[in-house]
Design a protein around this ligand. Structure first.
Ligand SMILES: [Zn+2]
Length: 273
């Protein structure tokens, strides 16, 4: 019997972050800076669209007092694509309604990944159990995890303890280190669309050259050593090599737009703005 896989991938850019390169690259000089895209991934699966990661919480960025509390870092700046709601606009551009997203997978709970979760109450949200426990704990906010993004009793949490298939062709892989319950995603495409697939590292590896090719640890870590973070990248590289899939870094300013165009072309969509 043919396996069932993902039938389409749409990559989204839900904003940008201006930040020191050392956030992504352990040991980089303090003055070096990058503008990194904020990723989202839409997957058409058996049963409907699954969204991986949700971008920023715009409400917290547009109110001056909340912005000072949650996005007041003197060294990093969050940038939205425009005056509207990035998720709604990105989905509208792809011709998909928010209501058509039937489940969400979260790589982790950082503010640039979990901030749009409020749009998806009542729908299954796949996250690692230890990530949510950390997010609801006392030291989350100092690590850029904002409880207000996800502490809503209406969320339908589907909490995993390790690797798990969250939808046909979509497998979460626990890659703890960047945060205590960070997960990456292996996406297997359906044979009907030519097969193959991708491994989306998300923040287990921000940048292709430094984090993946050179195996330099990401700079942002919670309760983990650089060695532990590099070990997770090696694990993802092994999975990718075994399947013959590209390993896609989470915040690469060159890789993300290039892959956005490539997937749009493959699936016959107009390229993202
Ligand atoms: Zn992160």
């Amino acid at each position: 019997m043919a396996r069932t896989g993902v039938r389409e991938i749409v990559l989204l850019t839900l904003g940008w972050e201006d930040l020191p390169r050392r956030v992504s690259v352990e040991g980089a000089p303090a003055h070096e800076r990058l503008r990194e895209p904020v990723p989202g991934v839409l997957l058409r699966t058996d049963g409907g669209w699954v969204l991986l990661d949700t971008g920023f919480n715009t409400a917290l960025m547009r109110d001056a007092a909340l912005r000072a509390r949650f996005f007041g870092s003197p060294t990093s700046r969050a940038v939205l694509p425009g005056p509207g709601e990035p998720l709604e606009e990105a989905l509208a551009h792809a011709g998909i309604e928010l209501a058509e997203v039937h489940a969400v997978g979260l790589s982790h709970l950082h503010a640039d990944h979990a901030g749009g979760l409020r749009h998806f109450t009542g729908r299954p949200v796949h996250c690692q159990r230890r990530e949510l426990a950390f997010g609801l704990g006392p030291d989350a906010e100092e690590h850029g995890v904002h409880r207000i993004d996800f502490d809503d009793p209406r969320h339908d949490w589907r909490l995993a303890d390790g690797d798990v298939e969250i939808a046909p062709g979509v497998t979460a892989v626990l890659t703890a280190g960047h945060t205590p319950g960070h997960q990456s995603f292996v996406v297997d495409l359906d044979d009907s669309v030519g097969g193959g697939g991708y491994v989306f590292a998300f923040d287990a590896a921000d940048l292709r050259q430094e984090n993946i090719e050179q195996e330099i640890s990401v700079g942002g870590r919670v309760h983990a050593t650089p060695e532990e973070c590099v070990e997770q990248v090696r694990r993802l590289k092994a999975i990718a090599a075994e399947r013959g899939y590209p390993l896609v870094p989470g915040h690469d300013p060159l890789v993300w737009p290039a892959l956005t165009r490539e997937t749009a072309e493959r699936f016959g969509r107009s390229p993202a703005r």
